[in-house]
Design a protein around this ligand. Structure first.
Ligand SMILES: C[S@@+](CC[C@H](N)C(=O)[O-])C[C@H]1O[C@@H](n2cnc3c(N)ncnc32)[C@H](O)[C@@H]1O
Length: 392
């Protein structure tokens, strides 16, 4: 089930993170296999290091980095889960932990890149931002190969490579995957556009409830962050009904994205302490910038890249706000939402509350009722519900 066949006959034992034996989803797809097959057959692109690095961008669960660990790759990802999966897969396959240098999308990119492998991310914005950040390190001799499933590679994807790095073509499709070949061109590199990320928008002035506190304030969004261009309608509905914390209470914005929920909580109760948590490095950076630009400097805040709320000390939170994710890499992520609820229960003190907004059809109330032994619907619209569960 977890056996990932490598070109040449060897194989790897690959898992997603968190490791869940009941999870039937594989930690790789045909695009990873296509890329590794091409690298094994092509005229030594991996030996093209000339004082620079081999960079792997967007490796979902660390399969590429683990397979190429002998080439001392730098992995760049926006996902903390991807980093943890990479560490897990290196260990399972007897590779040293430091065989891959783990970097996030917010870290400075390497100074010189000789080989750039790109697993096309779901977010075009993230690809644009990362190619622009890497462009100064790319040179005409850099070997650039992208990979993705056919349905993920659009004309706009190829145009990004063309506009930022140089002429680009694609391979034939193989098992619904495709490769992207890009030849960096000094003129294109020199004339590349300025990086439009992070992007900022003014918070709308027509959101009632806690939304009033945010009206006109600037929201910062790094590339790839949830709802980076406008306020999400579920978040909007949540803001209309957001509870106000007491002074001294610890509020957690769980899956914070750009952090508007936690910021609203902080503006409503400047004497509260707010923790912003997300598994996306770009999200936590966005939340921090949004908070610093708008909150009372006296309000205590922490910004944490983590998986769920598992890292919070048990019983340390008074109020947890959660707009859970519903999709990840094309797979439904009910599992993530459910894990967040269980984490939240552990992190709450007795009497503490978890508030969740979700699409009505997702049926989160059933799960919360089972887990907490209570669940009240605070507000509802045709599309969304806001649920409150009390830790007894
Ligand atoms: C629906 S968005 C909500 C964002 C923000 N709270 C809002 O309302 O605009 C869900 C967020 O959960 C984050 N997320 C997904 N899986 C996570 C995990 N395992 N641990 C922490 N955060 C996660 C995503 O990166 C995303 O920012």
């Amino acid at each position: 089930m977890n056996h990932f066949a490598l070109p040449g006959g060897a194989g790897l034992d690959l898992v997603r993170f968190p490791v869940d034996p009941r999870d039937s989803l594989r930690a790789w797809d045909a695009s990873d296999e296509y890329l590794l097959g091409h690298l094994a057959e092509a005229e030594g692109p991996l030996d093209a290091h000339r004082g620079g690095d081999l960079v792997i961008l967007g490796d979902r669960w660390g399969g590429l980095a683990t397979a190429l660990a002998d080439h001392a790759p730098v992995q760049i990802t926006d996902s903390y889960l991807a980093q943890r999966a990479t560490a897990e897969n290196l260990a399972r396959n007897g590779r040293p932990a430091d065989a891959v240098r783990l970097r996030s999308t917010r870290d400075d990119p390497p100074a010189r890149v000789d080989v750039l492998l790109v697993r096309v991310p779901k977010s075009l914005a993230l690809l644009e931002d990362q190619l622009l950040r890497l462009a100064p390190a790319v040179h005409p001799g850099t070997v650039v190969v992208g990979t993705g499933m056919v349905k993920e590679i659009h004309t706009s994807t190829l145009q990004l490579f063309e506009r930022i790095l140089g002429p680009t073509r694609t391979s034939l499709a193989q098992r619904k995957a495709r490769l992207i070949f890009c030849a960096p061109d000094p003129e294109v590199l020199a004339a590349r556009p300025a990086n439009p990320w992070p992007q900022r928008y003014p918070f709308p002035s027509d959101v009632p409830g806690a939304g009033v506190l945010l009206a006109g304030r600037t929201v910062t969004n790094h590339a790839g962050v949830f709802s980076a261009e406008r306020l999400d309608i579920g978040t909007r509905f949540f803001l209309e009904h957001l509870p106000v914390a007491a002074d001294g209470h610890h509020v957690v914005d769980l899956g914070c994205g750009n952090g508007v929920l936690g910021l609203a909580a902080a503006l409503a109760a400047p004497g509260a302490e707010v923790t912003f948590l997300d598994e996306s490095f770009g999200a936590v950076a966005s939340a921090e910038e949004t908070f610093r630009a708008n909150a009372d400097p006296a309000t205590k805040a922490r910004f944490v890249v983590a998986d769920g709320a598992g890292g919070l000390p048990p019983g340390s939170a008074d109020l947890i706000l959660n707009n859970p994710p519903f999709h990840s890499y094309q797979a439904s992520t009910d599992a993530t939402a459910h894990r967040m609820f269980a984490d939240a229960k552990r992190a709450l003190r007795p009497g503490g509350e978890l508030w969740v907004v979700g699409n009505r059809h997702l049926g989160y109330h059933v799960r919360l009722q089972r887990l907490f032994g209570n669940c009240r619907t605070v507000a509802g619209s045709p599309k969304f519900v806001i649920l409150r569960a009390l830790k007894r």
